[in-house]
Design a protein around this ligand. Structure first.
Ligand SMILES: Nc1nc2c(c(=O)[nH]1)N[C@H]1C(S)=C(S)[C@@H](COP(=O)(O)OP(=O)(O)OC[C@H]3O[C@@H](n4cnc5c(=O)[nH]c(N)nc54)[C@H](O)[C@@H]3O)O[C@H]1N2
Ligand SMILES: Nc1nc2c(c(=O)[nH]1)N[C@H]1C(S)=C(S)[C@@H](COP(=O)(O)OP(=O)(O)OC[C@H]3O[C@@H](n4cnc5c(=O)[nH]c(N)nc54)[C@H](O)[C@@H]3O)O[C@H]1N2
Ligand code: SF4
Ligand SMILES: [Mo]
Length: 747
């Protein structure tokens, strides 16, 4: 499948319009939900089936209701589910739109070169498309070795394709939810407490007396359980302290809003640590019993006074003092929230170390109203042969860097694919499942360079997205509402499992990921790794290992199990061994010292925007998830484009008016493909602009999303790589306004 050029294919010249499908499917595909997205019809006489949501990774469990004709009508939360407590967020309710979206991928596609040299897709049968994939992978194995393949994935299909790849002999399996998201936080907490936070985070917000949000914009970030618990905590009188350069929804619910100068949070954190130690506000017994390196920390933060931090952060010293006192008064029922998307400025692991240290001083780890001790159901995998050991991995391309990264880096896989990196083999084949890398990874040029170096790019997706345009083979997955999937097994206060089963047959010629992976395995001689006959049998087998069954799960959807490994919180005076080098909570990180990194976090200043430029800040909107929902008919009804938030002072300087369309140009001369409307608001500082991530799609087959708003990803060309774990800091980009589209640089 080696193509000299791998152009972006916008529209298949052999369009899917001629596809044949049955009357039932036509009726079901009717996009009548456009008008009434959240129907209140009662489920009288209707059937309900269990699912868990795939619109984001909180994976709330719910029930899907259909009408008598079998059309999916609505999805509601499962009352027994601890992730959602019976309530879905607007995106989860609008998940029905993923099923009804008429722009969906409908059949497998294979890239072909036309007579004129133009590349295009042609429709193919599953058998033919999977043959091309199996042969392409076999060729790579023969010429370079199986380890020269990689899987980039986000979402439930990752498990099946992961099994396939490991069985094939490759360990290159990366998700952008690590190095573009929570990676630095995991490494910081592993260094401090010997374990990461994972997902959902074990924050005991429900019972907290003080919640400190540093950038975490809960309320716009709609991670369901946390948002519900935050609102309960507010009702019970908890103090919320929000540190955000923007007046976020969370800031509007807070007793203290600290409109910090962007990129200076570490200075604030260090001065909070300074105050808590200098005033003896820390939990002496806890620190004495559980921690290592207190004296070094005390010395280290001596000079980090609130007056010092004021000069850097623009937060007044008395506010820094008052907020430190609030935290100490609430301790140990206090949470300095670690955040989730933390890849900001490249020193993110150190910033998150300061967060971890602050929590340790306040004694909140393992305490009610702080961080609880999570448990997860232990469900064995369906039996399969052991995996072969891969000869090499992406790490071999890294020259010994990023050894503290506990998972693979998606950007690392890109680097290991580009031939200029020293490695025995360069990665030659990618399977991309459920991640729109073009809008997800910063530095698009680098992603494209990697893609151009591939012999084979297979994309598994539900929608024609930017990434599918670069594929050699596109494999259309059916939506989560049309398929069985692995049990949802996530950590929480109680261990539990949730079932996803199809509410209806797949529309068009789409298939579930488990089916695709098993078929491919068969063609690749790896069938033993998917030994079950029917997927349902494998679920039933797994459920029987934990005293349940598929029949029971179909009825209840979620099964909560008893905790097995002790109480939710540390007991008073209990001895504890942490999985660090010293067996203690490491305020001073011996692991960092060993690797040559600062064992205690040090503040280093970041670059400021040049004159006429503003820091590009981005975040979430409650009704959308990344780029995946921008075309969802139900959710575009709620929000169909993003806007750029501009401070009135800046608007005045530029003569901008509300609703005016502008292009944004970044420090490297990249101009946004599309214009974006201006929103003039005091809610953003004068040194930054803000926009919601996930808009500005340039794939023409997205009939509702194409050209709506601008893409932050496109403007993130400067990447601040975290030296400790390789995370891609994305908030070091600056933009200015342009009134017409003339690009100096090809984007
Ligand atoms: N509705 C919705 N909810 C989601 C998602 C979604 O797509 N849609 N995605 C989910 C995922 S995967 C993630 S990772 C989370 C991400 O959500 P969070 O982890 O909560 O958010 P971040 O993207 O880190 O932060 C965004 C906030 O940081 C502020 N900020 C920007 N620069 C700075 C700074 O220098 N200092 C400080 N203190 N604040 C700053 C911004 O103004 C914004 O309010 O959201 C999750 N929830
Ligand atoms: N510029 C910028 N970049 C970011 C972020 C940001 O805020 N700004 N956020 C970062 C964060 S926190 C994260 S976690 C990552 C998330 O990054 P991604 O997970 O890549 O998010 P999406 O862009 O939504 O891409 C999801 C893809 O999955 C497809 N999809 C949806 N449902 C299914 C399904 O059931 N099966 C299959 N096979 N495919 C499906 C969608 O059509 C879409 O193409 O992005 C990171 N990158
Ligand atoms: S938080 Fe919303 S989008 Fe995410 S899984 Fe739950 S209902 Fe779905
Ligand atoms: Mo994320």
């Amino acid at each position: 499948m080696a193509h000299k050029r791998r152009d972006f294919i916008k529209i298949s010249s052999l369009s899917a319009a001629g596809l044949l499908f049955g009357a039932h499917q036509l009726r079901s595909a009717r996009p009548d939900f456009n008008k009434t997205p959240f129907s209140n019809m009662r489920p009288v006489g209707s059937v309900r089936t269990s699912t868990y949501c795939e619109v984001c990774f909180w994976k709330c469990a719910g029930w899907v209701y259909k009408d008598q004709e079998g059309n999916i009508k609505k999805i509601v939360g499962n009352d027994d589910d601890t992730n959602c407590n019976g309530r879905l967020c607007p995106r989860g309710t609008g998940g029905v739109g993923m099923y009804y979206d008429q722009d969906r991928l409908k059949t497998p596609l294979i890239r072909v070169a036309g007579a004129d040299g133009q590349q295009t897709f042609r429709e193919a049968s599953w058998d033919e498309a999977l043959d091309v994939v199996a042969k392409g992978l076999a060729k790579i194995k023969q010429e370079h070795g199986a380890e020269c393949t990689a899987l980039l994935t986000h979402g439930s299909g990752g498990h099946y394709f992961g099994t396939l790849l490991k069985a094939f002999g490759s360990g290159n399996i990366a998700a952008p939810s690590y190095a573009q998201c929570r990676g630095p936080r995991e490494v910081a907490f592993i260094a401090t407490y010997g374990e990461g936070l994972n997902s959902p985070e074990p924050t005991d917000i429900r019972d907290t007396r003080c919640l400190v949000l540093i950038g975490s914009h809960l309320g716009e970030n709609m991670h369901n359980g946390q948002v519900q618990e935050m609102s309960d905590a507010i009702d019970k009188g908890a103090t919320i302290i929000t540190v955000d350069p923007r007046f976020s929804t969370a800031a509007s619910k807070s007793k203290f809003w600290l409109p910090i100068k962007p990129a200076t949070d570490l200075a604030l954190l260090l001065s909070w640590i300074h105050l808590i130690i200098e005033n003896n506000w820390y939990d002496e017994e806890y620190v004495e019993k559980y921690t290592y390196g207190f004296e070094q920390l005390k010395q280290h933060v001596k000079s980090y006074t609130p007056e010092w931090a004021y000069g850097i952060t623009t937060i007044k010293p008395d506010v820094i003092r008052e907020t430190a006192r609030e935290m100490a008064n609430a301790a140990p029922s206090v949470i300095v929230h670690p955040g989730r998307h933390v890849t900001w400025y490249g020193d993110d692991t150190q910033r998150l170390r300061a967060v971890a240290i602050l929590n340790a001083l306040l004694g909140s780890w393992g305490r009610r109203g702080g961080f609880f001790v999570p448990e997860k159901a232990e469900v064995p995998d369906y039996p399969h042969p052991p995996f072969p050991k891969p000869a090499r991995t992406w790490r071999d391309a890294m020259d010994g860097k990023f050894r503290l990264a506990d998972l693979a880096l998606a950007n690392g896989v890109c680097e290991a694919t580009i031939p200029s990196v020293r490695m025995d083999c360069h990665i030659k084949g990618w399977i991309v499942n459920g991640t729109n890398l073009i809008m997800t990874l910063p530095d698009k040029q680098k992603t494209l360079e990697a893609i151009k170096s591939l012999d084979l790019l297979v994309v598994v997706d539900t929608m024609p997205m930017e990434i599918t345009g670069y594929a050699d083979v596109v494999l259309p997955e059916c939506t989560y509402l049309e398929r069985w999937d692995d049990l949802r097994i996530v950590q929480g206060r109680v261990p539990n499992v949730a079932l996803r089963m199809p509410a209806t047959d797949p529309l068009y010629d789409t298939k579930p990921a488990y089916w695709i992976a098993k078929k491919l395995a068969g063609k690749m001689g790896l069938g033993d790794y998917f030994a079950w006959e029917n997927f349902e049998d494998s679920l039933d087998w797994q459920l029987k290992q934990i005293g349940s069954s598929l029949d029971e799960m179909k009825r209840i959807g979620v099964k909560n199990l008893p905790r097995e490994y002790g109480p939710l919180y540390f007991q008073d005076g209990e001895d504890k061994e942490f999985y660090t080098n010293t067996g203690k909570i490491e305020l001073y990180s011996t692991a960092f010292a060993e690797e040559g990194f600062d064992p205690l976090p040090v503040y280093t200043p970041h670059q400021e925007p040049p004159a006429g430029y503003y820091r590009l800040n981005y975040g979430r909107a409650p009704m959308h998830t990344f780029s995946r929902t921008a075309n969802n008919p139900n959710l575009t009804d709620l929000m169909d484009e993003n806007v750029v938030w501009v401070n009135p002072k800046v608007a005045k300087e530029w003569g901008l008016t509300a609703g005016q369309e502008v292009y944004l140009q970044n420090q490297d001369g990249v101009v946004s493909d599309f214009p974006i409307k201006v929103r003039i608001t005091e809610r953003i500082r004068f040194d930054s602009v803000y926009m919601v991530h996930g808009f500005g799609h340039n794939h023409k087959q997205l009939s509702r999303a194409h050209g709506r708003g601008a893409s932050d990803s496109q403007l993130i060309t400067r990447v601040l790589v975290d030296p400790i774990m390789g995370g891609t800091g994305m908030r070091g980009n600056f933009v200015t306004f342009r009134f017409e589209k003339e690009s100096e640089v090809e984007s």
